[in-house]
Design a binder for this molecule. Structure first.
Ligand SMILES: Nc1ncnc2c1ncn2[C@@H]1O[C@H](COP(=O)(O)OP(=O)(O)OP(=O)(O)O)[C@@H](O)[C@H]1O
Ligand SMILES: [Mg+2]
Length: 312
């Protein structure tokens, strides 16, 4: 089956996620290959907020189709087509330490940039990190939320749509992808400083998890360990095999994880243990870089388990 989205023709399903369908498509006159995403709530928010100009660390969003009679709600977007997904790389091999650091840097810097635009909740996992040529980029903004002034018309439009799911204009075969998605997490939200702090903490916590995935291929096993120790997030994790690095990095990741669910674990510790979390992705990046660079004497080669050739 071929679907038409504006000027794009899609005939190849790339994957179904928790949030809809991604398809490979081509522009009917220029031949440009893109990824069409349906539904496109979160990516549509980023498109509406930023237009087509995004920083190099973000997968580009070229175009989108608005729902009929809507000004802010997109039913599809055309994303830059990626060469490779980080999840596929991790399924095949381990990353070298400097390779992991390079990708993590992009993730933290881009999340910090998004925070400066008051955009939050990029889904921070290797399935949403893509390589285009030599550049790693964040993609899939499906769950994103952005703050606007409380009286901004987008707030009302999203509120209404969330209640009614009245969006039309999708082919019947794809309507299920829209109606079955979880719209309540995404949208333009009225600015609230308390929510902002929680979202920032939560995003930093998720970046901590992404770092685990990149260094060890595991994530939830380590997080589970963090929850099985009292106070929460005080365990030591084996990230690299270097005792000193692991010690330092565990402290950093624990600090990030205490911000999970907007600081829930910090609250649950009720004053026991360290009282810190991260709200600033650049501060997290700086601490991770310091920890990874603090390789103990003679330990350079043990920095990452099964270290392969380095990616410069
Ligand atoms: N820009 C892209 N280039 C190449 N492949 C892509 C691209 N975007 C998505 N895909 C593929 O399609 C699959 C599903 O798409 P996507 O990640 O956008 O949505 P999702 O997985 O439903 O969202 P979520 O991550 O919230 O569950 C991905 O796992 C990926 O393999
Ligand atoms: Mg995804």
């Amino acid at each position: 089956v071929t679907f038409q989205f504006g000027p794009y023709l899609a005939d190849n399903v790339l994957g179904h996620g928790a949030n809809g369908v991604a398809m490979r498509a081509q522009h009917e006159s220029t031949g440009q290959v893109v990824t069409i995403k349906v539904p496109a709530m979160g990516d549509g928010i980023v498109l509406a907020r930023l237009g087509q100009t995004v920083p190099p660390g973000l997968l580009r969003i070229y175009n989108g189709g608005l729902a009929p009679e809507h000004q802010w709600i997109y039913i599809w977007v055309a994303r830059e087509f990626a060469d490779e997904c980080l999840a596929d790389v991790l399924a095949e091999r381990q990353l070298a330490s400097d390779e992991a650091q390079t990708i993590f840097r992009t993730c933290c810097e881009t999340v910090a940039w998004l925070h400066a635009q008051q955009i939050y909740q990029w889904s921070s996992h290797p399935g949403n990190v893509y390589r285009v040529g030599h550049t790693w980029k964040l993609g899939d903004m499906g769950r994103c939320v952005a703050f606007v002034d409380p009286d901004h018309p987008a707030v009302a439009e999203f509120e209404l749509d969330m209640r009614m799911q009245t969006v039309g204009g999708l082919p019947d075969e794809l309507l299920g992808a829209y109606v079955g998605s979880n719209p309540s997490r995404t949208g333009f939200w009225p600015y609230d400083p308390v929510w902002e702090a929680r979202l920032r903490m939560d995003d930093c916590s998720m970046l901590g998890g992404l770092l685990c995935s990149m260094l060890t291929g595991k994530r939830w096993e380590w997080f589970f360990r963090a929850l099985n120790k009292r106070p929460y997030c005080s365990a030591r994790y084996s990230f690299t095999g270097d005792r000193d690095v692991d010690e330092r990095l565990s402290a950093v990741v624990n600090r990030a994880w205490r911000g999970d669910a907007g600081g829930a674990l910090l609250v649950a510790n009720a004053g026991r243990g360290e009282q810190t979390s991260y709200e600033d992705a650049l501060e997290l990046l700086q601490d991770v870089t310091k920890a990874l660079d603090s390789v103990s004497e003679g330990g350079a080669d043990s920095c990452v388990r099964g270290r392969t050739t380095s990616g410069s």
